[in-house]
Design a binder for this molecule. Structure first.
Ligand SMILES: [Zn+2]
Ligand SMILES: [Zn+2]
Length: 148
């Protein structure tokens, strides 16, 4: 079940990329599968490190370029973590939908979910003058390590 859902996003992203005229290649596929297997967001540097550990060397510039393409196509969500740094995760509905706590000092990102928050957003969405298709919530501050 989980494996099936996991297969889903990478294939979907691959299809959207090729339909929009992007070349498909081993590096891009490896990056899609890596992102798909994550429960939360990764930085470009982490992505580069994991791919290298898997003997799949991808230049950092290529990692950034692919992430930009994915973001431009609405396939990934970019979480800004301060100082121009960002983390990326697959944008998918339903299972796995979550929000983020971000430490402004060290860039730590923690996922969180809250059913009450989701219900409140649904109620609010019905009252606002746009047709709401997605939302993102980021709570920023200092993590336990950086607080004192
Ligand atoms: Zn996340
Ligand atoms: Zn911190």
């Amino acid at each position: 079940m989980v494996a099936k859902a996991t297969q889903g996003w990478a294939d979907h992203a691959q299809r959207v990329l090729s339909e929009s005229g992007h070349r498909s290649g081993g590096a891009r596929r490896a990056l899609l599968e890596l992102l798909d297997a994550q429960t939360c967001a990764l930085s470009a540097i982490e992505i580069e490190d994991v791919l290298r550990a898997r003997k799949r060397r991808v230049a950092r510039a290529s990692v950034y370029r692919i992430l930009d393409e994915l973001e431009g196509l609405g396939l990934v969500h970019k979480v800004e973590v301060g100082q121009g740094m960002a983390r990326y995760e697959p944008l998918r509905d339903g299972d796995g939908h979550h929000h983020h706590l971000v430490c402004d000092s060290c860039g730590l990102v923690m996922p969180f979910t809250d059913p009450q928050l989701e219900r409140a957003i649904q109620r609010l969405s019905a009252r606002v003058p746009i047709d709401v298709s997605e939302h993102e919530i980021v709570l920023r501050g200092a993590c336990g390590e950086c607080r004192d």
